[in-house]
Ligand binder design. Structure first.
Ligand code: SF4
Ligand code: MG
Length: 331
């Protein structure tokens, strides 16, 4: 059952002098109720902008966001208010996103005040205590300030605040990237546990595919404002189709130290092109080892290659490649 539908979403930033930064340039996907949907891509690919546009921190340049059957553009005030309650965000840097002059209790209470929940102060405080316990902290932490906590604890405070309004959907934008490796797994486990307990749906954004793979049911791979491949985590890992996905995967070390890593590491040539002036045809072509003539002139179609496995690449389009030998592509 679909909870969120994103259709042809674009977010361009006008930089003046006729320069247009195409941060998100037409992405479409559905997120099912109760799942974790990952978006992965290197920094500058537009994944954070996508998250911020979906939640409404940025106005979309084009396209639609449909939440629980309602198009955000067509919501009345009441519905929009409810939408803002149902969709919350967790940020990468828990320190920057927590007001240093507010106590933990004030930080977590703020969204409840804005939404007029618990007019009674006592009830609101009880709710704060409950939320602190839900995220593995306790009531003694309520009157302290963010700087008194470690990075992992601060992210827990950020999570408690995101949960304050009882949302259905949470966008987590690199929630563990800024944390020590030893703390990352704890926060991931907390997110998973909260998902089970509260029936949450997540959009999980990260630049590290090994991280996204651990937590996501399905993954969209983003490159320069486009989604280039989309499938479930297992399939993406076992049978990556897009040359960019293959490169990302080849950079992940094999977890078992006793297994010899015989895979060839795919090094991407060149730099990420500017989203102000993206390449014609396939946006990945300037860095793709398989690029053909068609790649410069024709934008690859979004195709379902096997059930629930989508890719945008001419290598899988017989119309463009004729009898191209696919065997050499499989990594
Ligand atoms: Fe490479 Fe062409 Fe496929 Fe783009 S469409 S990923 S350039 S082979
Ligand atoms: Mg980012």
């Amino acid at each position: 059952q679909t909870l969120l539908e994103v259709k042809g979403l674009k977010k361009h930033f006008n930089l003046g002098k006729k320069q247009n930064l195409k941060a998100v340039d037409g992405i479409s996907f559905e997120i099912y109720r109760g799942e974790t949907f990952g978006i992965v891509g290197e920094s500058g690919c537009g994944k954070s902008t996508a998250g911020r546009t979906i939640i409404g921190l940025y106005d979309a340049t084009e396209g639609d966001v449909v939440f629980d059957g309602k198009n955000v553009h067509e919501m009345n005030e009441r519905e929009r208010f409810d939408f803002h309650k149902q969709m919350q965000m967790i940020f990468q840097d828990p320190y920057a996103s927590l007001n240093p002059r507010s106590t933990v209790s004030e930080i977590i209470s703020e969204p409840m005040e804005v939404h007029g929940m618990y007019k009674n102060k006592r009830e609101r405080l009880e709710r704060v205590y409950q939320l602190l316990e839900d995220v593995g902290l306790n009531r003694d932490h309520a009157n302290r300030y963010p700087h008194e906590f470690s990075g992992g604890q601060r992210q827990r405070i950020g999570i408690a605040r995101a949960l304050a309004l009882n949302p259905e959907f949470i966008i987590a934008d690199e929630p563990i990237s800024a944390l020590d490796v030893s703390v990352q797994a704890q926060v991931v486990n907390l997110l998973k546990q909260l998902q089970r307990e509260k029936g949450l749906t997540y959009l999980f954004i990260a630049h590290d595919l090994s991280m996204v793979k651990q937590i996501s049911d399905r993954i969209a791979v983003m490159y320069l404002g486009h989604i280039v491949e989309l499938t479930d985590s297992k399939m993406l890992y076992n049978n990556p189709l897009h040359p960019y996905t293959q490169a990302l995967l080849s950079a992940i070390p094999i977890p078992d130290p006793d297994v010899e890593d015989k895979r060839e590491r795919i090094i991407l040539k060149g730099e990420l092109p500017s989203p102000i002036n993206p390449p014609s045809g396939c946006v990945f072509r300037t860095r793709c080892a398989h690029a053909m003539d068609a790649c410069a002139s024709v934008k690859p179609e979004w195709q379902e290659i096997e059930p629930n496995h989508f890719v945008a690449c001419h290598l899988y389009n017989k119309k463009v490649t004729g009898d191209h030998d696919f065997s050499q592509v499989a990594a």
